[in-house]
Design a binder for this molecule. Structure first.
Ligand code: ACO
Length: 460
């Protein structure tokens, strides 16, 4: 475990410098979130103007805090930050998150460099220009974002503050659970490589998701990524693909986006899965988090609509997913329970009359088979079948027969289908609103299977 990074995520005592009594002020919101998130360590507001803030004793300066401090959150105007960093170093604070903007992103790298050299060898710094850090393991929401965050298995490192703040809301709305969120800001000191190394070792994190615009030390990052991928999957959204996008990244975070082809090759070599955008990245992460990695490449698709079967077959072919030929006896077993006008060939078409009982029965038959490595279940909303019941049957089949096999699902249709797959998400099932996305999710799992195989792990 990176001991220098640990105090950011598991501090015993946190100080908020610039804590305010005024709701809406950043120093107020951060303190409020730390308090409300159930953080079990000590919390020390620091502000020369108050005796207490949010019912906690408040201190004039860091020096007055009657305890060691592992993490300081700094939310005072830019011109005061250097003084506060000096106070932190004198108090031997182990880590600091500088929320304040107004440094290299507005051309003042000199100010930022000064902070880093003051802290060098004594304290690590995240930021400046960040919204903070959330860590599920410590029940600590040290951000000025939404208070409630859904706990899960993914560590999300983001160079864009706004995206990170949006994701905090999504965690509860879209059921994307996170083990940690780090707004990495200007990366004056702690950078992606430090965090990747830390989360590779973190037992509460099972996948790593990064939004990045640029890297200062590409070699170090790709080395860290290569090592981390041997232990857990990593998905990267690298913005600035196009020339104009690269320009936008440069004016957003001062990043040099670099030549996209070079990044693409380096991600590939390191084994980081590069997503095209947010939707794809979260689809992959969801499939990876909620499923075991397949032991082989044999995929079976089950659907109630011929069209969905064809679409998903095309997508599988395009991505290199192998729809297996079913053995004669499995074909016969499926045939025995499906209508004569259906198809017992892969993709298996149960026809539009297929109800929850038929889905459950066929999925159980397939999942019991040793030669089947992965299943994609697709449902098209029809007039007479309740999508909610089918969704329940699919999750039950997974829970009963398929815990060692990955399965993704799509529920295509209106409001009832949406409600059905949302219920599946609540039961920790990788479900999507389109067949293509369910196939994409499975493709991420198959990519992981091939990676593990190349490391000599996994397989039947
Ligand atoms: N020690 C402790 N507290 C102090 C000190 C000190 N030395 N000096 C001043 N304070 C207090 C102030 O009294 C004030 O609290 P009060 O008004 O309740 O008494 C508090 O610190 C904050 O100081 P203000 O001057 O009121 O500054 P303000 O809160 O307006 O702004 C901030 C400070 C938020 C850090 C601002 O400068 C800033 O950088 N804002 C942008 C932050 C940001 O967006 N970061 C990037 C996130 S990523 C994203 O959002 C997309």
């Amino acid at each position: 475990m990176r001991r220098d990074i640990e105090p950011f995520f598991a501090p015993r005592a946190v100080a908020v410098v610039g804590a305010s009594r005024t709701p809406g002020k950043i120093g107020h919101e951060i303190l409020r979130n730390i308090k409300l998130s159930g953080f079990r360590g000590n919390i020390f507001p620091v502000n020369p103007n108050y005796g207490s803030v949010l019912d906690l004793p408040c201190y004039r300066t860091l020096a007055d805090v009657p305890s060691d401090v592992d993490l300081a959150l700094i939310a005072v105007p830019a011109k005061l930050v250097e003084g506060v960093v000096g106070d932190c170093v004198r108090k031997r604070v182990k880590s600091a998150i500088i929320i304040t903007s107004g440094f290299s992103e507005v051309g003042r790298r000199d100010l930022e460099d000064r902070l880093v050299s003051m802290a060098k060898g004594k304290m690590r710094i995240i930021g400046p220009n960040t919204f903070g850090v959330y860590c599920a393991r410590s029940s600590m929401n040290a951000t000025f974002g939404p208070t409630k965050v859904l706990e899960g298995k993914t560590a999300f490192i983001t160079q864009s503050g706004a995206l990170g703040l949006a994701l905090m809301d999504w965690t509860t709305e879209e059921k994307y659970g996170v083990s940690a969120i780090v707004s990495i800001g200007n990366k004056a000191d702690v950078d992606d490589a430090d965090l990747v190394e830390y989360f590779a070792d973190d037992p509460s994190t099972s996948s790593i998701l990064i939004y990045m615009e640029g890297l200062k030390d590409g070699r170090r990052f790709f080395e860290a990524a290569r090592r981390a991928v041997r232990r857990k999957p990593m998905v990267v959204i690298k913005a600035g693909r196009s020339a104009r996008g690269a320009q936008a990244a440069s004016s957003h975070t001062g990043s040099i986006a670099g030549q996209d082809a070079i990044f693409a090759a380096a991600f590939q070599q390191a084994g980081a899965m590069r997503a095209e955008g947010m939707t794809q990245a979260f689809d992959w992460i969801q499939a990876l988090n909620e499923n075991p990695v397949p032991k082989g490449e044999n995929v079976v698709v089950v659907t109630n609509g011929g069209g969905l079967g064809v679409l998903s077959t095309d997508r599988c072919e395009m991505l290199g997913l192998k729809l297996m030929d079913l053995s004669d006896d499995l074909t016969k077993q499926v045939q025995d329970v499906t209508p004569s006008f259906g198809s017992a060939k892969n993709p298996i078409d149960l026809t539009a009359n297929a109800d929850d009982l038929l889905y459950g029965e066929v999925l159980r038959l397939i999942m019991r088979r040793r030669e089947v490595d992965a299943v994609i279940a697709l449902f098209c909303q029809t007039a007479n079948i309740d999508p909610g019941l089918v969704a329940r049957a699919i999750v039950d089949a997974r829970d009963k027969e398929g815990l060692d096999k990955p399965i993704t699902a799509a529920f295509v249709g209106g409001r009832m289908s949406q409600m059905a797959y949302e219920k599946m998400l609540e039961r920790r099932f990788a479900a999507y609103p389109t067949a293509e996305r369910a196939v994409d999710g499975m493709n991420a799992l198959m990519t992981r299977h091939r990676q593990l195989k190349s490391f000599g792990k996994g397989g039947r």
